[in-house]
Design a protein around this ligand. Structure first.
Ligand SMILES: CC[C@H](C)CCC(=O)Nc1ccc(S(N)(=O)=O)cc1
Ligand SMILES: [Zn+2]
Length: 261
């Protein structure tokens, strides 16, 4: 089996623990969220993102997802408030999606799997750098946005999907500038929050998850566009980049809090 982790039968989520023992930890992500077990926390503040469109740098296909990378060398694009203490710097955003519209998200809400899940990854500069932050329980904050297929797709996803043709195969990267990812946020600021991990190896348990309750809409064509990405490099046999999601992990007594009733 390939030693590098992935989402195939021989290197997928059931085997990650062989090379990444943290994958069997007690605070793993994603999880299933059941509204009946959620605790409304009236002390939860609203969260605020202030992003500089000039911080966007490139978009790349790393063979596992499509990722937009931002300049995080200073407090240029930051997230604050909500469950967070201090400011967290936006480093990258990426997506997880399925092979068809009926699944693809990592978190599952009251049994609902969305077509995709977008993650905006931020880190706490009090820990020096990203590598240091992922060793801390309050090191990283990820805003998760669910994508559902509908009739009134948001034009904002267009910008990311227009770039797909330039990054079809693994290792391809293209300039991606003048982009403010806050345009992707839904109207409602309602969110769930809990403490968890990276949903891919090394599965460090350093993430404060902020999952937005309201999904954004994309079209079925837009989802097909995302599925046209390939895991393989140029001139290699075509291996479609789909189903790059980890299934829900044991909650192990964690309580999910809601900012809303
Ligand atoms: C070695 C350092 C670091 C792990 C490598 C790069 C990285 O940023 N990983 C990462 C980021 C976010 C998620 S998720 N899907 O949002 O939980 C998963 C993995
Ligand atoms: Zn992710």
């Amino acid at each position: 089996a390939q030693s590098v982790w992935g989402y195939d039968s021989d290197n997928g989520p059931e085997r990650w623990h062989e090379n990444y023992p943290l994958a069997k930890g007690d605070k793993q992500s994603p999880i299933e969220i059941n509204s009946k077990d959620v605790q409304h926390d009236s002390s939860l503040a609203p969260w605020h993102a202030s992003y500089d469109p000039g911080a966007a740098k490139t978009i790349l296909n790393n063979g596992r997802t499509c990722r937009v990378v931002f300049d995080d060398t200073f407090d240029r694009s930051v997230l604050r408030g909500g469950p967070l203490t201090g400011t967290y710097r936006l480093r990258q955003l990426h997506l997880h999606w399925g092979s068809s519209d009926d699944h693809g998200s990592e978190h599952v809400i009251d049994g609902v799997k969305y077509a995709a899940e977008l993650h905006m990854v931020h880190w706490n500069p009090k820990h020096g750098n990203f590598a240091g932050a992922l060793k801390q329980p309050d090191g990283v904050a990820v805003v998760g946005i669910f994508l559902k297929v509908g009739k009134t797709p948001k034009p904002e996803m267009k910008r990311i999907l227009e770039e797909i043709d330039n990054i079809k195969t693994k290792g391809k990267e293209a300039p991606f500038q003048h982009f403010d990812p806050s345009i992707l946020f839904p109207k409602s600021r309602d969110y769930w929050t809990y403490h968890g991990s990276f949903t891919t190896p090394p599965c460090e348990e350093c993430i404060t998850w902020i999952l937005l309750r309201e999904p954004i809409e994309v079209s079925s064509d837009q989802m097909a566009k995302l599925r046209s990405l390939s895991k393989n490099g140029e001139n290699e046999p075509v291996n479609p980049l789909v189903d790059n999601w980890r299934p829900p992990q044991p909650v192990k007594g964690r309580v999910v809090k809601a900012s809303f009733k």
